[in-house]
Write a protein that binds this ligand. Structure first.
Ligand code: GLU
Length: 485
């Protein structure tokens, strides 16, 4: 199997491109196939070297760029369309010589007028084949004499074009839906349908897996394959990625560039995991996958036909799970890799805090780490009285005073060094003991202690807070809360 990723460098690496690349990568890996990475840069106006670099670097960084192509070379190159102009020119000449394609000299104005007339007559707007009947030798002479003409493919009037789409099943289109479409502006300016087919042929591509937005291109490309007498690859069209209002994923509603997500603290593993599930699932709805598991479990026949809604909350949940996994697996590697996201405090201490499972579920993104860990490092913030006396616990001032005093006593009776996890249980038991001692409810005791120590609504548990704040600071904070009563 030979598959391909052929992005056009007309924007920064797009989430949709990564999803398509990933599915190609998974199919290639699973079947011991080869994934070819090429660049479709024939659109000189919209393309740029900067975008090309972003796309190549991004796919390489994500590890799904494949084994052959623009980033590593290979024996089917060149892998940039701009370096293949001569190849295309020869193919165009071949189609003209075999009379599968022809030069069309109709001016833009003439075509426009005919179009208008067709529209007014409520007829489909198709090229009327005026130049199809021109004598081929004469046309060639006119070109040699400097006349300009586009090149059109001859499309049979009565032909059913069909393929067995590996996602969508049998698809048929009648050739009368098409017209003699333009495949090149001139011999040295080929258009997408011609170049993509030429590349797929030259690079011996066996499977074309791409977005559903390309379905209408497939019949045209099949006709080009046929015109040359080439083998036609298998096709699979992936569901569109949608905004949550079911419109096509757009910049206005979602970030679409991969770097936006990575810079925002999404792990590459999580992004790929999430994208794999954007249009595919396993029978048991597994949600967290390593790359190896994806390769093992992915299959095109479980790819959905309907559009896949881009759910940012799900991405963040998956990311949180991946952050947890990475921290548990190897906190040192995690710290080093994501150094830029870590608080600039004692590295050993930070690593230990990261491992503290109290943060479970609260690191949704790497950018959550600094603000979450700062609870241990920052001075106590001012907090409103309503926070410590949270209404649902029915805490009275008298109760609060007793609780804080008891907590202070517990802490004064225990000795611990800042960061000394071995005292966690003792502190925990001591503080929980206050519940029974005062005959109160859990929330009436543990909530105010946690707020007094952190000044925050969300934070790790009271014992962990005490461990990392240290004895002196913890007692100071309890005193501070008592003073405010
Ligand atoms: N260059 C096309 C794109 O970026 C890909 C075409 C294809 O997969 O055939 O959408």
């Amino acid at each position: 199997m030979r598959l391909r990723i052929p992005p056009s460098p007309t924007g920064l690496l797009h989430i949709g491109t990564v999803r398509t690349a990933l599915y190609n990568y998974l199919v290639a890996k699973k079947n011991n196939g080869t994934l070819v990475f090429r660049i479709e840069d024939t659109d000189k106006e919209r393309g740029s070297a900067e975008f090309e670099k972003d796309i190549i670097d991004g796919l390489v960084k994500l590890g799904i760029a494949g084994d052959e192509g623009v980033h590593v070379g290979g024996k089917y190159g060149p892998y940039r369309q701009s370096e293949r102009t001569e190849i295309y020119a020869n193919y165009l000449k071949e189609l003209i010589d075999t009379e599968k394609a022809y030069f069309c000299f109709c001016s833009k104005e003439t075509l426009e007028q005919k179009r208008e007339a067709q529209m007014q007559a409520k007829k489909p707007t198709r090229y009327d084949q005026t130049c199809r009947s021109l004598n081929a030798d004469e046309s060639k002479k006119r070109i040699e004499n400097g006349e300009s003409a586009v090149i059109r493919l001859k499309v049979n009037d009565d032909e059913t074009i069909e393929w067995n789409d590996l996602v969508r099943g049998n698809i048929q289109i009648h050739s009368k839906e098409l017209d003699d479409f333009v495949i090149a502006r001139n011999l040295s300016d080929p258009l997408y349908h011609l170049t993509v087919v030429a590349d797929d042929h030259d690079m011996e591509i066996t499977h074309v897996i791409r977005g559903e937005d390309h379905i209408s291109n497939t019949p045209k490309q099949i006709l080009i394959f046929k015109a040359f007498g080439w083998n036609i690859p298998e096709f699979a069209h992936l569901p569109l990625i949608l905004n949550d209002d079911k419109t096509k994923l757009s910049k206005r509603k979602n970030k679409v560039s991969v770097d936006d997500y990575l810079n925002d603290g999404i792990l590459p593993e999580a992004l790929l995991n999430f994208l794999a599930l954007l249009g595919w699932n396993t029978a048991d709805n597994q949600e967290i996958f390593s790359m190896d598991e994806l390769i093992e479990k992915f299959s095109l026949d479980r790819v959905h036909k309907g559009g896949a809604v881009f759910d940012l909350k799900r991405l963040e949940w998956i990311n949180g799970e991946w952050i947890k996994r990475k921290i548990t697996e190897n906190v040192y590697a995690f710290y080093e890799t994501y150094h830029a996201f870590m608080p600039k405090n004692d590295p050993a201490l930070v690593k230990q805090m990261l491992k503290d499972s109290d943060f479970e579920g609260r690191f949704k993104k790497l950018t959550d780490i600094q603000p979450e860990l700062s609870v241990f490092f920052d001075p106590l913030p001012e907090y409103p009285k309503e926070l410590i006396m949270r209404e649902k616990f029915n805490i009275t001032t008298e109760m609060l005073s007793k609780v804080l005093t008891a907590a202070k006593k517990v802490m004064e009776s225990i000795d611990w060094q800042m960061g000394d996890r071995s005292k966690h249980q003792t502190l925990f038991d001591g503080l929980v003991g206050i519940v029974e001692q005062l005959g109160l409810k859990n929330g009436q005791v543990l909530w105010p202690i946690r707020v007094a120590l952190s000044g925050r609504e969300n934070s790790p548990n009271f014992a962990t807070l005490a461990i990392y704040l240290g004895k002196e600071e913890s007692i100071k904070r309890l005193k501070n809360a008592l003073d405010q009563l």
